[in-house]
Design a protein around this ligand. Structure first.
Ligand code: ADP
Length: 269
């Protein structure tokens, strides 16, 4: 069986999508990036293939993307995460209508990408200098409040008062601010919602630089957090498109590019 892999080596998580020639998803995996980018990526890929009764002989073409993409020498090709994200959003977003803008929040950066109807990137804006509006901010919040990342959404919706304004624009200072707010007797719900609105405000401000017309697709791991999604929709004033597997969009895009590259090669042969 021929399959195609897209492997997104992010700052925080490695995401893999395996698809068949019809671009149907065979299997996916999300695992921690850790410090050994290449080894962890290869191990995760081999594990995913084995779990699905496949071997590297079944792998017709592999495209790597993401922060650590250049380290994966086993890949046939590497593409930027902006290109792969655009193609992935086009593929996963098709059922919702024509996606015009993608907002991606990753572990350490935030991007807004404008695409045309073929998935070509027409404009983008990126913040990779500061972790304040990124998944890192959520990780630090969960750790300091001693709750699981997956619980942030529930805390947000259990809020009975207004979200607390969070003033720090830096993760390091925000950590001290969170501890100070706890010491002042504030509830975890107010703090969590305050952090969500702080990230949402920054992200929508960034995305406004490229425009937010039409359907806006939100992806990356933080899009799994329903409290953050609600805050973003509040700031934006409209609903966002959240795909079924938001953290896997970029890996899916890379797998689609792998499939297309292979079919092009076959046609030329
Ligand atoms: P990168 O590509 O930079 O590694 P990801 O798109 O994988 O980033 O997103 C990683 C971030 O996603 C983590 O820092 C975390 O904040 C968030 N995240 C991951 N899983 C969940 C989850 N189940 N619920 C809420 N947030 C999550």
């Amino acid at each position: 069986m021929s399959c195609f892999a897209g492997i997104d080596i992010g700052s925080t998580a490695i995401k893999i999508a395996l698809i068949d020639e019809d671009k149907k998803i065979i299997a996916t995996k999300v695992t921690s990036t850790g410090s050994h980018f290449r080894k962890n990526s290869v191990d995760a890929l081999h594990g995913l293939l084995a779990e699905n009764g496949l071997t590297t002989d079944d792998l017709a073409y592999m495209v790597s993307t993401g922060y650590g993409r250049k380290l994966l020498k086993e890949a046939d090709e590497s593409v930027s995460e902006i290109t792969a994200n655009a193609i992935g959003a086009l593929e996963a977003g098709r059922e919702y209508g024509e996606i015009k803008t993608i907002i991606n929040i990753g572990g350490q950066d935030t991007k807004a990408i404008q695409i045309d109807d073929s998935g070509t990137v027409t404009n983008f804006a990126m913040n990779d200098k500061c972790a304040a509006g990124t998944g890192k901010f959520l990780d630090v919040t969960a750790r300091n409040l001693e709750i699981e990342l997956e619980e942030l959404g529930d805390y947000h919706f259990n809020l009975k008062t207004a979200p607390l304004p969070i003033n720090s624009t830096c993760v390091v200072f925000a950590e001290s601010e969170i501890i100070g707010l706890l010491a002042d007797g504030h509830g975890k719900e107010e703090i969590v919602a305050g952090i969500h609105y702080s990230i949402a405000k920054r992200t929508i401000r960034l995305a406004k630089r490229i425009g937010l017309d039409g359907l806006v697709y939100f992806d990356g791991g933080p899009a799994l957090n329903k409290g953050l999604v609600a805050s973003m929709e509040d700031e934006l004033g409209k609903k966002l498109v959240i795909p079924e597997y938001p953290q896997l969009t970029t890996a899916l895009g890379a797998s689609v590019l792998a499939c297309e590259a292979y079919l092009d090669e076959m046609e030329m042969a």
